[in-house]
Write a protein that binds this ligand. Structure first.
Ligand SMILES: [Zn+2]
Length: 391
C-alpha cells in the first residue's frame, strides 16, 4: 500500500520577506512546489492547506510578553523592546506583517503534525518550517517563532513521544533548549561544530538535564564533512538513539544548508548524501513508529540551486515516487529569472572530490571519534532511562 502523505502549503508561506537582500528566501518553497508539480510528484489531492493555529499555541512555547512585542513591532511599535528580544538586527530584521507571516509558518508545521497525529496521513511535510533557532523569548538566526516547538508541544499535549532529528548545518539550539529537561522529547542534531559556526552550541556534552538527561544528543562535525563521513556518524548514533527512545512520531528538520554549495556553512554534502539521509529517516519511521513522520525545511541559502532539489528528494523518499534524473527545462527557465543565475540540469550532483586525501582522512577520523564518544556517553543513560520506565 502506498503511504498516505500530505504537502502542507499556502501561497502566503512563500510570499513574505525578511528583507530584500536577506539570504533566507521563503519563495524557494514555490520553486520546490513548481518542481514537484512539473515532475508529477505532487498531484493536487496531496496538497493540504494549513489549519488556523489554535489560540494559545504560540504562547505554549513562547513567553506571552515576547509574542506581544513581536506583534507590536510588526506594526512599527515597541521597536526598542523588540531589539532587546533579538529583532530588528541584520540577521533577523523587522518587516511589516512579520508576526502574521511567521505565525502562518507555525500553523503549517502544526498542521503537518496534526495531520499525522489524527491519522489523516502517515507522513506530512511543511517545507516552509524549520525555524529551529527561535527561543522562548528571543528571535535568533533568522527565526522569530519556533514552528517546530509549536508542533512538538502539540504532539506532547496529545501524549505522543517525539523524536526530533535535525540535519541542518547549524545546531538545533531552540528545539533542544525548549525540551532539554523533557523525557518525552528526544532531540538529535548533527551539525557543523559550534567551534566554527553559529550558534556556537551543540557539543557532545550537551545531553539534557533532570528527567531529560540522555535525550539531547549532539554530533558536532568538522568543516568539509562529506557524504560518507556524515552518513557514518548518522549510522553510528541516530538509529541507536531512536531505537532506545521508541518514539510515537519523528520530526525531521531537513535544513538544506549542509550542502557543499551553501554560502553560510562549510559542510560538503551532495544531494546524493542528503537523499540517503532522507531515505534512512523514512526507514526509521517505518521501523519504529508505523511510518509517522513530519518533515520541515530549515536553512538552505543556495536558495534556488539546492533547497528545491534537496526537498524534492525528501518528498520523493516520503512518497516513494522517483524524481526524474533531468529537471524540466520549463522549471529551469522560470526560476532562472527569479534566481538571476542558471539552475542545475540534474536532480543529483556530479561527483566531485574537492578535499585533499590527507584532509579527508583527518576529517573522517575526527567525526568518527566524536560520534563514538557521544554514543559511549549517551547509551548508558538511554539504558537507564528505558530500564526506569519498564519498572
Ligand atoms: Zn542552518
Amino acid at each position: 500500500m502506498k503511504p498516505r502523505v500530505r504537502f502542507v502549503y499556502a501561497p502566503q508561506l512563500a510570499a513574505w520577506r525578511l528583507g530584500e537582500d536577506h539570504p533566507f528566501k521563503p519563495e524557494r518553497l514555490d520553486a520546490l512546489k513548481d518542481l514537484l508539480e512539473r515532475t508529477g510528484l505532487l498531484p493536487d489531492e496531496l496538497v493540504r492547506a494549513p489549519d488556523a493555529l489554535p489560540a494559545g499555541s504560540l504562547e505554549a512555547v513562547h513567553d506571552p510578553g515576547y509574542v506581544e512585542v513581536v506583534r507590536a513591532a510588526s506594526h512599527g511599535k515597541r521597536l526598542e523592546e523588540a531589539y532587546r528580544h533579538g529583532l530588528g538586527t541584520s540577521d533577523t530584521p523587522l518587516s511589516p506583517g512579520l508576526h502574521d507571516a511567521v505565525t502562518s509558518v507555525c500553523a503549517a508545521t502544526w498542521t503537518a503534525m496534526n495531520v499525522v497525529l489524527s491519522g489523516e496521513a502517515t507522513r506530512a511535510a511543511a517545507f516552509s518550517g524549520g525555524l529551529h533557532h527561535a527561543m522562548r523569548d528571543r528571535a535568533s538566526g533568522f527565526c522569530v517563532y519556533n514552528d517546530l516547538n509549536v508542533a512538538i508541544a502539540h504532539a506532547r499535549s496529545k501524549g505522543a513521544r517525539v523524536a526530533y532529528l535535525d540535519v541542518d548545518a547549524h545546531h538545533g539550539d531552540g528545539v533542544q533548549d525548549a525540551f532539554y529537561a523533557d523525557a518525552d522529547v528526544l532531540t538529535v542534531s548533527l551539525h557543523e561544530s559550534g567551534r566554527y559556526l553559529f550558534p556556537g552550541t551543540g557539543y557532545g556534552s550537551e545531553l539534557g538535564r533532570e528527567a531529560g538527561r540522555g535525550w539531547s544528543v549532539n554530533v558536532p562535525l568538522e568543516p568539509f564533512t562529506d557524504d560518507a563521513s556524515f552518513l557514518e556518524a548518522f549510522d553510528l548514533v541516530v538509529p541507536a538513539a531512536l531505537e532506545a527512545f521508541a518514539p510515537d512520531v519523528i520530526v525531521l528538520q531537513a535544513g538544506a544548508d549542509a550542502h557543499a554549495l551553501d554560502p553560510l556553512a562549510d559542510l560538503q554534502l551532495s544531494l546524493q548524501g542528503m537523499r540517503a539521509v532522507y531515505e534512512r529517516v523514512v526507514g526509521l519511521a517505518d521501523a519504529l513508529c508505523e511510518g509517522r513522520l513530519v518533515v520541515t525545511g530549515g536553512g538552505g541559502y543556495a536558495a534556488f540551486h539546492v533547497p528545491p532539489r534537496a526537498w524534492a528528494h525528501a518528498w520523493s523518499a516520503m512518497t516513494g515516487a522517483p524524481l526524474p534524473e533531468r529537471l524540466p527545462e520549463a522549471w529551469r527557465q522560470r526560476w532562472r529569472d527569479v534566481a538571476g543565475h542558471d539552475l542545475p540540469e540534474f536532480a543529483l550532483d556530479a561527483p566531485q572530490d574537492t578535499l585533499p586525501e590527507s584532509r579527508r582522512v583527518a576529517m573522517t577520523s575526527h567525526n568518527r571519534a566524536v560520534a563514538r564518544r557521544v554514543l559511549d556517553v549517551a547509551s548508558p543513560l538511554w539504558a537507564r532511562r528505558v530500564g526506569e520506565e519498564s519498572t
